[in-house]
Design a protein around this ligand. Structure first.
Ligand code: GUN
Length: 295
C-alpha cells in the first residue's frame, strides 16, 4: 500500500478562498471588516516570523490586522492594559498574544485577560475547559486544522481508534478532546509511555505531535492507517522534517500528511477562520458545522 498524500497547502488555499468569499459578504452586507490584533513582546526571531506570517495571511484574505510590539522588558501591567484596550475596541474581533513571553510575565494572567469572545487562539481557560465540556467558542488553531484536514479527506472519526503521540496543551490534549467529541476512541501517549508501538499499532488514525524527528517508523504503524504528522523539526543540515519517517511510513499508511506542507499551512488558516467567525458572531451569523464541536 502507498499512502495518498494530504496536500495541506492546497486544502488551506481552498479554505482561505472560501473564507475570503464569506468575508466579502460580511463587508458588503454588514459593512463589517474583521480585525485581528497581534501582540508581540520582545524580538524572538521565530516569534517575529510567525507574527509576520499571520499579518500577511490576514492581508491576503481581507482581515484588518493590528500589530502591537512591546519591548522585552515591558511591565506585565502594560501588556494587560493593552489587552483591556483591545477587548473594548469593537473593530477588533480577535486578540492573539504571541508565545513564548519573557519570564517576568505570567502567561496565564495574560491569556486569561483576553475576552473569551476574542480569544481566537483558544488558549483562555474558558476555551480550554469548553473543549472538555463541549461548548467551545474558539477551538485552538493547530488541532482545529487537523480536524479540518480529516474532514476534508472524508476520514471517518466515529468508532475509530485514534492514538495521539504528545500530550501538549497546544496540540496533543486538545486534538484528543476534539476527536473524542466526535466519538473516536482516543489514547494519548507521551514521554513516559512504555512500549509506544503497542499503542500506535492500534491506531486507525495516528496523530503525532511530539517534536522528535523520526519517532514513528513503519513497524509502529498499522497497514492502512491515517497518519497526521504535526511535528516541525529543523535538522542540523537545515532540512525541516516532521516526527514521522515519511518515506517509510507512506508505504504502509492509507493517507499521510507531509512536513512541510501538511498540517503547517492549516494553523494560520484556522486563525483566520476563528477571526472571521468572531466577526460574524457580532452580527448574528451562525454556522451549522460548528455543532460538530458542541455535541
Ligand atoms: N507560539 C507558537 N505557536 C503559537 C500559537 O499557535 N499561538 C501563539 N499565540 N503563540 C504561539
Amino acid at each position: 500500500m502507498t499512502a495518498r498524500i494530504i496536500d495541506g497547502k492546497a486544502v488551506a488555499k481552498k479554505l482561505r478562498a472560501e473564507y475570503h468569499g464569506r468575508l466579502e459578504h460580511l463587508v458588503a452586507e454588514h459593512g463589517l471588516t474583521p480585525g485581528l490584533a497581534v501582540i508581540l513582546v520582545g524580538s524572538n526571531p521565530a516569534s517575529r516570523l510567525y507574527v509576520n506570517n499571520k499579518v500577511k495571511a490576514c492581508a491576503e484574505v481581507g482581515i484588518r490586522s493590528e500589530r502591537i510590539e512591546m519591548p522585552v522588558d515591558v511591565a506585565e501591567d502594560l501588556v494587560l492594559a493593552e489587552i483591556d484596550r483591545l477587548n473594548a475596541d469593537p473593530t477588533v474581533h480577535g486578540i492573539l498574544v504571541q508565545l513564548p513571553l519573557p519570564p517576568h510575565i505570567e502567561i496565564r494572567r495574560v491569556l486569561e485577560r483576553i475576552s473569551i469572545t476574542k480569544d481566537v487562539d483558544g488558549f483562555h481557560l474558558y476555551n480550554v475547559g469548553s473543549l472538555l465540556a463541549g461548548s467551545t467558542i474558539f477551538p485552538p488553531c493547530t488541532p482545529y486544522g487537523v480536524q479540518k484536514l480529516l474532514e476534508h479527506e472524508n476520514v471517518q472519526i466515529a468508532g475509530r481508534n485514534v492514538v495521539v503521540v504528545g500530550a501538549s496543551n497546544i496540540v496533543g490534549k486538545p486534538v484528543a478532546m476534539m476527536l473524542m467529541a466526535q466519538d473516536a476512541t482516543v489514547a494519548i501517549c507521551h514521554k513516559m509511555t512504555r512500549d509506544l508501538a503497542m499503542f500506535t499499532l492500534m491506531a486507525d488514525i495516528l496523530v503525532v505531535a511530539a517534536g522528535v524527528p523520526n519517532l514513528i517508523v513503519p513497524q509502529m504503524v498499522r497497514t492502512g492507517a491515517v497518519v497526521i504528522d504535526v511535528g516541525i523539526n529543523r535538522l542540523t543540515d537545515g532540512r525541516v522534517v516532521g516526527d514521522v519517517d515519511f518515506e517509510g511510513v507512506r508505504k504502509k499508511a492509507s493517507l499521510i500528511t507531509p512536513v512541510p506542507g501538511g498540517v503547517g499551512p492549516m494553523t494560520i488558516t484556522m486563525l483566520l477562520y476563528n477571526t472571521l467567525r468572531s466577526a460574524e458572531r457580532t452580527v448574528g451569523i451562525g454556522d451549522p458545522t460548528e455543532a460538530l464541536l458542541s455535541a
